[in-house]
Design a protein around this ligand. Structure first.
Ligand code: GLC
Length: 744
């Protein structure tokens, strides 16, 4: 028997090597693989299936002791107390037969204890290096307490702000989303895997953000071309960045729930991309395939999931309940179970969990809220705020009597935003506190509204206070719970009486600055006439107050850019910058009131827009103002015709023509004029933050490989098609003049 056990790992290794791509995307090595094979060869079928089971825990560890001791649990989520995590690990490592440690997971979405801006805010920074730093800090804090797996980054492209989870991703653009996802993967996992590495989990695979009507969990109907050109690239980029895990999504796409979709989970993810990390379902998304009407019962959906490529089951108990029977009956091959367990063990070995399953409880305390962490969160909140309008009221002059009002002025819980499970509101510094510190003796506070949904008829107290002030700062927006999972909205206007409050403040004749903290781009067009300036801050996190005080005072110049399109009205949804041209692109505004009575019908000269709201958004993707001005000039390409393997060499001069230092996010967009399929009117292909002193001008050179212009065409392959292209270098997706070039 011993003899066989020596050769068995080698045979398994050889077999596995045949099916797996040559290079490991998770950074595994032959030594890791051999170790995994040795362990796998010692496991019973029941123990293998136990590794495929993830359970959410809470309360007493003893409630789960038997299951863990019996090897029926491979992972837990929702425990963050280091003492309890150590207790769970002791049960697995010291009391189970094989001593396999648990993977401890948690939604560390935008910070652990030190909460950063929500991901949509982080995307507004257009600063991957900063976002990577924030993810690294989240990993330092979370791993210190024993959390070694985060269910982040969320890479779902979101083109519909009715969808509450737009808050959790990087917005509407594939290129920006991919850069942010890569940065978070690097930050969470670290340059070198060690005990501060937290396995990233790229989610929700795939297309979840295209839920019809923006209603969460709803069906999606994405073609393979849309998947290939818009929704899959950020996941591929994150896999190439080394993401160790992936989570399936709740939605069915074209009738197939992602948790049972072998095309995306096996064909694309494994065979094309070579992903060798682990695939976990979303919470009971396996069980929900019954509700979808895609499976008859838990045994059926367990079979469908494991065959499609799922490795671990979050909270359906489908694998632990039915997989052994399915294997014994021959319905499922044990090889499929081995594949799943190999992926799980690979992640555990790579994370070093076998050597370091425990944490130092005392040492963990010193890591939380470290000054450097708070400073980084403050910088992220500064860079994430987007200045959308300003008549010169900002930055605030010194010596002003300032009225602070609004439901988000002193809302330490809501300021943290959605998915801030481990944020502690007593650590939040609110705008009110920060402004009182920045402008001692100058600040008066009258709430006006206690929370964002509150209704009030009169604002006499606030308007009276406004008349005694020189400037009003109104902090408006959404309570944290009004965005995020399951919180879709059909009306995107400011809730409650917030717009009435703003109008009342405006009626006093005093300058009013609106600062909006929200989880999505709200429709604020009706509020614009009532404010002299509008600073948009997607729930800025723990240090949002100091960051906003830095920006409002002018100590820091705003540099954020919109990662999503801001609609004029919710009826325009979905509306995004990188849309196809259509056969009748919008070219003029015959608005509702321009139409004469009994006007004759004609199909001539009509184009694609709304009679009542036109075709344009309130603010386009990539838009954001500064306290200074930037100009772009001398934009040129090094030649007119490029081969598919060449590189666009773009030169330009960027000038800061204002009186303040500032940072511009330079954006490069490209359009493929004619393709085997219709192509978007613009696509972001490069961005970079360029700090310039007042009056400074700087020559820039930007290089973009022509192969970056490839797309999934009519013949179902990735390639750059020859033809005419246009390129813009500008400060947003609606500005700039095109430069033409050809690809042969
Ligand atoms: C939730 C979310 C997912 C999260 C998981 C665990 O339903 O869809 O994003 O990671 O469950 O909390």
């Amino acid at each position: 028997m011993k003899q066989i056990s020596i050769f068995l790992p080698i045979l398994i290794l050889a077999a596995a090597a045949c099916s797996r791509p040559s290079v490991s995307t998770t950074g595994s090595t032959p030594e890791v693989e051999a170790r995994v094979s040795r362990l796998l060869s010692q496991m019973t079928l029941a123990e293998k299936i136990g590794q495929m089971n993830q359970i959410s825990v809470g309360g007493s560890v003893s409630d789960y002791a038997e299951a863990v001791r019996n090897g029926q649990v491979g992972s837990i989520l929702n425990e963050v107390d280091p003492e309890k995590i150590n207790a769970f690990q002791r049960l697995a490592v010291e009391e189970s037969r094989l001593g396999i440690p648990l993977l401890v997971g948690r939604d560390v979405i935008h910070g652990f204890h030190t909460v950063f801006p929500i991901p949509l805010g982080l995307a507004s920074t257009f600063d991957p290096a900063l976002v990577e730093k924030g993810a690294r800090i989240a990993a330092l804090e979370a791993t210190a307490q024993g959390v070694r797996w985060t269910f982040s980054p969320m890479l779902d492209i979101a083109r519909d702000p009715r969808w509450g989870r737009i808050a959790e991703g990087s917005g509407e653009d594939t290129f920006l989303d991919a850069r942010m996802g890569e940065a978070m993967v690097r930050g969470y996992q670290g340059e070198v895997l060690d005990t501060t590495s937290m396995a990233a989990c790229i989610k929700h695979f795939v297309g979840y953000g295209a839920a019809e009507g923006g209603r969460d969990y709803n069906s999606t109907f994405l073609t393979e071309r849309q998947l290939r050109n818009v929704y899959l690239p950020p996941f591929e980029a994150a896999v190439k960045a080394g993401a160790m895990t992936l989570m399936t999504s709740f939605n069915d796409n074209d009738g197939v729930p992602s948790t049972g979709n072998a095309f995306v989970l096996d064909e694309v993810l494994r065979r094309e991309w070579g992903f060798d990390g682990l695939v976990v379902t979303d919470w009971n998304s396996m069980g929900e395939m019954i509700v979808h009407g895609f499976g008859t019962d838990r045994k059926d959906v367990a079979e469908k999931a494991v065959k499609a490529g799922v490795d671990m089951d979050m909270m359906t108990y489908g694998f632990v309940s039915h997989l052994e029977e399915l294997v014994r009956s021959g319905a499922v091959r044990e090889a499929d179970v081995d594949r799943a367990v190999r992926n799980i063990l690979r992640v555990k070995v790579l994370l070093g969990l076998f050597e370091h399953p425990y944490v130092d409880v005392e040492a963990a305390k010193a890591v939380q809220y470290a000054p450097a962490h708070l400073e980084a969160a403050r910088t992220a909140a500064q860079e994430s705020a987007v200045l959308l309008a300003n008549d010169g009221t900002l930055p605030l002059r010194e010596g002003l009597r300032i009225l602070v009002t609004g439901p988000l002025a002193d809302a330490p819980h809501d300021q943290l935003g959605t998915w801030a499970f481990d944020g502690e509101k007593n650590h939040t510094i609110t705008p009110l506190a920060a402004l009182r510190d920045r402008f001692p003796g100058q600040v008066t506070y009258v709430p006006g509204l206690r929370y964002s949904r509150e209704h009030r008829d009169r604002f006499d107290d606030v308007t009276a206070a406004a008349r005694r002030s020189d400037v009003v700062l109104a902090f408006l927006g959404e309570e944290a719970i009004l965005s995020g999972e399951a919180h879709s909205l059909a009306d995107l206007n400011l809730k409650g009486s917030q717009s009435d409050l703003l109008a009342a403040l405006h009626s006093t004749g005093k300058p009013v600055v609106a600062v909006v903290m929200a989880g999505r781009p709200l429709t604020v067009e009706r509020d614009l006439p009532h404010c002299n300036a509008l600073l948009y801050s997607f729930h800025p996190g723990t240090m949002g107050g100091p960051a906003l005080a830095d920006l409002l005072s002018g100590d820091v110049n705003p540099s954020g850019k919109t990662p999503v399109t801001f609609l004029r009205t919710v009826g325009q949804a979905p509306l995004y910058y990188n849309h196809n041209r259509t056969g009748r692109p919008y070219n003029r505004e015959t608005m509702l009131d321009d139409i004469g009575l009994e006007a004759g019908q004609t199909s001539l000269g009509n184009t694609s827009y709304y009679l009542d709201y036109g075709a344009y958004p309130l603010f386009p993707f990539g838009y954001g103002l500064s306290y200074t001005e930037f100009t772009y000039s001398d934009i040129a390409l090094d030649k007119e015709i490029y081969g598919p393997e060449e590189t666009l060499d773009i030169s330009l001069t960027l000038r800061n023509t204002g009186s303040r230092d500032g940072t511009e996010v330079v954006q490069v967009y490209v359009r493929d004029l004619v393709g085997s399929v219709t192509r978007p009117v613009r696509e972001l292909k490069h961005f970079e933050r360029v700090p310039l002193k007042a009056g400074e001008s700087r020559p820039l050179r930007i290089r973009i490989p022509v192969r970056e212009l490839a797309f999934w065409g009519l013949d179902g392959t990735w390639k750059v098609e020859p033809g005419d292209f246009q390129l813009w270098v500008a400060g947003d997706s609606a500005s700039g003049e095109p430069v033409s070039f050809k690809v042969n």
